[in-house]
Design a binder for this molecule. Structure first.
Ligand SMILES: [Zn+2]
Length: 301
């Protein structure tokens, strides 16, 4: 059975490659692993000639923890020249993609970022016993997202030097916008005194660090692992012990657990978006961050 599948995939890839060389041999086909990488890449390649960007996973997938490649995904990767990944362990399927698609170039947006970040925050580590090395939700920090933009830009310039000028120009403009957004958020959030928050999965660690928010409890670390009754009781106790005024759910995950905790503890329920799904537009990251900012102001001021 496995052999038949492999043969089928080979046949499909042959057809795909033949199709490619006939129709669009000049087009650089970029595939992004999931939503935030799509938005980042879309901004960098905007207006570049003979370049296409497609998102590998549908936007309701969210984070790619435990994601399994589908046959349709493999087909898409077979036709692609470049795969942009978040890295940091988010895309566990990437080795399989490399093995199956010989000519696919992988752009790891997080190359070098976590190492650098961990060095800079070594002191914090000892204090809070955080292990950032294991957290792949890098894009949720605006500063680290900017570093990802630079990585993607640098690699695309190497792969496709014909469009380097436009990639550089686009990246500069996008980074400027993101720096402004970061400043705006600091202006609003820096003077808030009680920054204790409760979040839904581990997506907000870097975001919290950037804006000095204090995550006092994480309700559900990843989708699919609903807390047991005992764990819920523990979480309720933890929340009650804190000064956290707000419990933050995420649009991508089920809300029952958060509702129970909010009811039991009398804390208000708000929605923070880790930007893993949404509109496929260039402005999506900034728009969602601004919504998050408004939510935080409502919840914490
Ligand atoms: Zn996640």
């Amino acid at each position: 059975m496995k052999r038949i599948i492999i043969m089928l995939l080979m046949l499909i890839s042959l057809v795909a490659c033949a199709h490619k060389s006939e129709i669009d041999c000049n087009e650089l086909q970029i595939v992004t692993s999931f939503y935030p990488m799509y938005i980042a890449t879309l901004n960098i390649v905007d207006g570049a000639e003979n370049v296409s960007v497609t998102n590998l996973t549908s936007t309701d997938v969210g984070c790619l923890h435990d994601y399994q490649l589908t046959t349709a995904n493999m087909l898409m990767l077979n036709e692609a020249d470049v795969l942009v990944i978040n890295g940091g362990g988010m895309e566990n399927f990437v080795q399989k993609a490399i093995d199956n698609c010989e000519n696919l170039k992988i752009v790891n947006a997080s190359e070098g970022i976590l190492e650098l970040h961990n060095e800079e925050h070594e002191h914090d580590h000892e204090e809070h016993e955080h292990n950032h090395g294991e957290n792949a939700h890098i894009w949720v920090s605006i500063s680290l997202y900017i570093e990802q933009i630079k990585n993607i830009r640098n690699e695309l310039c190497k792969i496709n030097p014909e469009n380097a000028e436009i990639y550089n120009k686009n990246a500069d403009e996008y980074i400027n916008k993101l720096e402004k957004l970061k400043l705006e958020m600091h202006n609003e959030l820096d003077n808030i005194t009680n920054k204790d928050i409760v979040t839904f999965h581990e997506a907000f660690e870097f975001f919290a660090e950037e804006f000095g928010l204090n995550i006092v409890a994480v309700i559900e670390r990843e989708p699919g692992t609903y807390p047991s009754a005992g764990e819920l009781v523990d979480i309720i106790k933890t929340v009650e012990k804190t000064d956290a005024k707000a419990v933050f759910t995420e649009p991508q995950y089920f809300k029952n657990a958060a509702n129970i905790i909010a009811n039991e503890t009398g804390r208000k329920l708000y929605e923070l978006d880790p930007i893993v799904s949404g509109e496929l537009t260039k402005e999506a990251y900034e728009e969602t961050m601004r919504e998050n900012l408004n939510t935080l102001i409502k919840a914490l001021k």
